[in-house]
Design a protein around this ligand. Structure first.
Ligand SMILES: Cc1ncc(COP(=O)(O)O)c(C=O)c1O
Length: 350
């Protein structure tokens, strides 16, 4: 088979195995869980004017974007650092904490482990807070988790937060997908992180705000951690375009409340459409689902979808999952319909 089964990340639309099938067909990328509704009307109306300011350096303090993010998250400006995506936030937190070891609640985004190992920090997987007892180090937990989409509500989060308060312990909560949830304001721990040296939140404008190509995210933490992370960052690490687009998106909350509702409804609809075709893993609350097909083997499904210019994420590369799945992003209704038609064709051996 000519496809690449093992994917490091979703969204690899330029890989040779994908490009082979794309000419003549419109690519449908369901492998990276990014809002299909894009960055919104404010960002779109700002866009043409950015070319006239592209000859300037970005504001290295990212003053406007930081102010807007802080207001959105209900924290102080000195408790926020804008970053080049969530990925830079992960790396800066590792640099500024320099922990003796890292713990990752699995299954999880691979970059917590990869970034730590590149820095020579030993990494241990944990499946529950019990695994942490008596340990010291920095814990990464994503809420919601990637790839399961499971959400830790305050009762489930409490034992991790309690562990992190111990001397020598600290915790990063990755809220990259949190704003897809209707009750995200109740779930976010940004307020706690702002005043607690043992807790950091990282966020991203990649997914919910549809800014993947710009690379913009943030860290929320106490002033001392923000200063340490800022001094570890490169000058001008967040581009002028990224800063201005982030500001415009964060100020466009009416639009984003609508996209949240559309995607919430579509997750339910897609779950129903996929049910006759395999097992949809329960508990997914963000904008992606884990699906285990029962009409064909996973390799056939991946290959058959690739041939139809549809990308889904092979979730077999995630440690600690309870079965072989593909991860499917929730997009527009017509995208779900195209996926289901393609799956039916693959099952029928077409
Ligand atoms: C859980 C999680 N956190 C962070 C990121 C990094 O996102 P970005 O660097 O695009 O903001 C990803 C990307 O897939 C992710 O899945």
């Amino acid at each position: 088979m000519d496809m690449e089964v093992s994917q490091v990340h979703g969204g690899d639309w330029a890989s040779p195995s994908v490009m082979e099938y794309v000419p003549g067909q419109q690519l449908l990328d369901l492998s990276s869980s990014i809002s299909p509704y894009g960055p919104g009307p404010r960002a779109r109306s700002l866009w043409p004017s950015l070319i006239d300011r592209i000859d300037r350096y970005p504001d290295w303090r990212a003053f406007e974007a930081t102010k807007t993010a802080a207001a959105h998250l209900h924290v102080e400006e000195h408790q926020v650092l804008m970053t080049a995506g969530g990925i830079e936030a992960i790396d800066l937190v590792l640099q500024s904490f320099a922990p003796p070891r890292v713990f990752v609640k699995v299954p999880a985004f691979s970059e917590y482990r990869d970034r730590a190992e590149i820095r020579g920090i030993p990494v241990h997987s944990v499946s529950g807070a019990g695994d942490l007892s008596g340990q010291q180090g920095l814990l990464f937990v994503a809420n919601p988790a990637n790839p399961t989409g499971e959400v830790l509500r305050s009762q489930e989060m409490a034992p991790y937060l309690e562990w992190a308060q111990q001397p020598g312990a600290a915790m990063v909560v990755d809220e990259a997908f949190l704003e897809f949830l209707q009750d995200w304001r109740e779930l976010t721990v940004t307020l706690q992180a702002a005043g607690n040296p043992h807790l950091v939140v990282i966020g991203s404008l990649t997914k919910f705000y549809g800014l993947a190509g710009l690379r913009v995210g943030y860290i929320v933490a106490s002033r001392a951690h923000i200063e340490a992370a800022a001094s570890a960052s490169l000058p001008w690490h967040v581009s002028l375009v990224a800063q201005d687009m982030a500001t415009a998106c964060l100020q466009d909350q009416t639009y984003f409340a609508q996209t949240r509702c559309l995607l919430d409804a579509e997750r339910e609809r897609l779950t129903g459409l996929l049910a006759p075709l395999g097992r949809v893993r329960e508990g997914a609350e963000a904008n992606y689902l884990l699906f285990s097909p029962h009409g064909a083997c996973l390799d056939e499904v991946l290959h058959g979808l690739n041939k139809r210019a549809i990308l889904v994420r092979d979730a077999r590369t995630f440690e600690g999952l309870d079965g072989p799945y593909v991860r499917i992003a929730v997009k527009r209704p017509e995208d779900s319909d195209r996926l289901v038609r393609a799956l039916q064709e693959v099952y029928a051996g077409k």
